[in-house]
Design a protein around this ligand. Structure first.
Ligand SMILES: [Cu+2]
Length: 597
């Protein structure tokens, strides 16, 4: 049965009555002045000439009201539906009272159209417009978002789907987008201030004398001595965030319709500012068919973690009347929810949040011999906690038997000379290991199959068979207490930058060493890189964003064949804003590097 994708993409939008009126945003006016409300969910815009208007307004999510930045009057903004092989002209109009920008996340574009103020263009002034016209060179699932200030947190983002020229290897009867994000009534700058003032401000799961975490006295003393917290999983949590699926809170009933026996494709996009999600559909088998827009050999899993800015396409064959899609925040402080429904209004049970995970020795970069992942049962009595699954084990690796006295988490002599040692570094991973096979924080002991980067294999052979000619090692560094984040100890500022330089068409292996205890989703603009994940030669999966697990390292191979200056940064918004950002400068063919500085 051929179904209208346009209609289906918008399924689940509430308050559809608003669509009829000519909204204020269509005239480029501020929603605030007109007293208009920002709509939830998105329309679709397609064709070769597309207009996007950025404006502000108020938005209510599950009874909580907040200032928001909307595009074409909705949060998320409209789905850009593009066609591979066409040339698209995107006009961005700024109806805000401050500068704005749009970055086309994952799309291969000339660098001056990439939408990063201060790197590739000056930004779009209030009242001004910017046009990006470029050939669409790829197919797949991507997204767009502001790269100005902290606008992304306030709602300035939306999905991109590019239809392929050639027949799609992924066959499905239904094709949906599930864009994950967060809502907070708090102003993004207020969040930034709170993060600067006190570590763990949003962490309501801190360890204390009266908690019931499975930590023993010795372990508690160890964490205390290091002035670190085993529950420091996400910086901003469900204490202020409502987690959203296509702009809908978990009570707001986003649903995707299906007929029994159909194959349903869901394009899962993590368009959040600060959240990692664990996605599962209890009772369903999930096949991961694409990562960051590019096809992979289908991987059957029951759960996967999606870092901020990553995308995964999945295929499911839902059974029964309804199935719940759960996107649980990595720290399990909340979830986004949607339903696969065989008829409107059909619902399946929503599982309770699982126990909050704890960081482990591996997350501190302390790899010790004989560490046996997943072998330790959790015999603690968690009767105080809300259990969704019996015998769930989120217990940390046993530490009580270890002699902690020889461990110095701040031994900066372990860092290479390329790292600038200063107050911006409060931790050094002692023995970082390749954590490509890691399913992500809190998922190493779940009793079902979870995706890891090692499962990903490109569907098509990669273009560039060359062995990298050099290795570039970059350290992810930070000071949690001061909320400072950096690459190689150097907080980014436009005044002091010296970009990472690549020769044109150079093939480089980049090793990212994470000296912090947080997972960072690192994004390179303008390119795809190949994960060094042990995939068969020529079939390393290509991505634009890669999670580097805490205390570990991850590697990618890059062919630097897109000349110009490109942003390279952690995609956690407040990490980027606090300095975990750098410019990558790729030289013109046969010329000097593009950067001026
Ligand atoms: Cu980060």
């Amino acid at each position: 049965m051929m179904l209208s994708r346009r209609r289906l993409m918008g399924a689940g939008i509430v308050g559809a009555g608003v669509f009829g009126a000519m909204p204020a945003w269509a005239r480029g006016a501020s929603l605030t002045q007109h007293g208009g409300a920002v709509r939830t969910g998105f329309d679709e815009v397609s064709g070769t000439h597309i207009d996007l208007t950025v404006s502000e307004g108020m938005r209510v999510v599950e009874g909580r009201r907040g200032h928001t930045v909307a595009v074409n009057g909705s949060v998320p903004g409209p789905l850009l539906r593009l066609k591979e092989g066409t040339t698209v002209r995107l006009n961005v109009h700024n109806a805000l009272t401050e500068d704005t920008s749009i970055h086309w996340h994952g799309l291969l574009v000339p660098f001056h159209l990439d939408g990063v103020p201060g790197v590739s263009f000056p930004g779009i002034s209030p009242g001004a417009s910017f046009t990006a016209e470029f050939p669409v060179r790829q197919a797949g699932t991507y997204w767009w978002h502001s790269h100005s200030n902290l606008q992304e947190q306030a709602g300035h983002y939306g999905p991109i789907v590019v239809d392929p020229i050639e027949p799609d290897p992924v066959q499905a009867d239904r094709d949906y987008v599930m864009l994950l994000s967060e809502f907070t009534p708090m102003h993004p700058h207020a969040i930034m201030d709170k993060l600067k003032k006190g570590e763990g401000y949003f962490n309501y799961q801190q360890t204390s004398f009266t908690d019931d975490y499975p930590l023993e006295a010795g372990q508690r003393r160890m964490w205390g001595r290091m002035r670190m917290m085993a529950t420091d999983i996400l910086d901003v949590t469900g204490s202020t965030y409502t987690y959203l699926a296509n702009g809908h809170g978990p009570q707001e009933g986003l649903e995707y319709l299906f007929n029994p026996g159909e194959r349903v494709r869901i394009r899962v996009i993590n368009g959040s500012a600060m959240s990692f999600f664990n996605v599962r559909i209890p009772g369903a088998k999930i096949q991961v068919v694409a990562a960051d827009g590019l096809n992979v050999r289908p991987v059957p899993v029951q759960e996967f973690q999606i870092g901020t800015a990553e995308t995964y396409d999945i295929v499911v064959e839902p059974r029964g009347e309804a199935m719940t899609i759960v996107a649980e925040a990595m720290d399990r402080s909340g979830m986004a929810v949607a339903t696969l429904a065989s008829r409107p209004g059909a619902r399946a049970p929503v599982p309770a949040l699982r126990d909050p995970p704890l960081l482990t020795m591996a997350d501190m970069g302390m790899n010790h011999g004989g560490m046996d992942h997943g072998a330790k049962g959790d015999e603690m009595d968690h009767s105080q906690m809300d259990h969704s699954m019996p015998a769930k084990t989120t217990a940390p690796e046993p530490m009580e038997s270890m002699d902690m006295s020889g461990m110095d988490m701040r031994d900066t002599s372990r860092l290479p000379p390329t790292v600038e040692v200063g107050p911006g570094i409060d931790m050094v991973a002692m023995n970082p290991v390749d954590r490509m096979g890691d399913p992500g924080i809190g998922l190493d002991t779940v009793p079902h199959r979870v995706l890891t980067y090692k499962d990903l294999v490109a569907l098509k052979r990669n273009d560039d068979p060359r062995t990298p000619s050099r290795m570039l090692e970059i350290h992810l560094t930070g000071n949690m207490e001061r909320y400072m984040w950096s690459f190689d100890g150097e907080k980014y500022s436009s005044v002091t930058d010296h970009p990472i330089r690549f020769a044109y068409d150079e093939r480089v292996r980049v090793k990212l060493v994470n000296n912090t205890m947080m997972a960072h989703p690192i994004h390179l603009h303008g390119h795809f890189f190949e994960l060094v994940n042990g995939a068969p030669e020529g079939f390393q999966p290509q991505k634009h964003t890669m999670i580097v697990q805490p205390g570990g390292y991850a590697q990618f191979d890059l062919t630097a064949d897109e000349p110009g200056d490109w942003a390279f940064h952690c995609h956690l918004l407040y990490h980027m804003h606090s300095g975990m950002f750098q410019v990558v400068s790729v030289a013109q063919s046969g010329g000097a590097a593009g950067a001026a500085g």
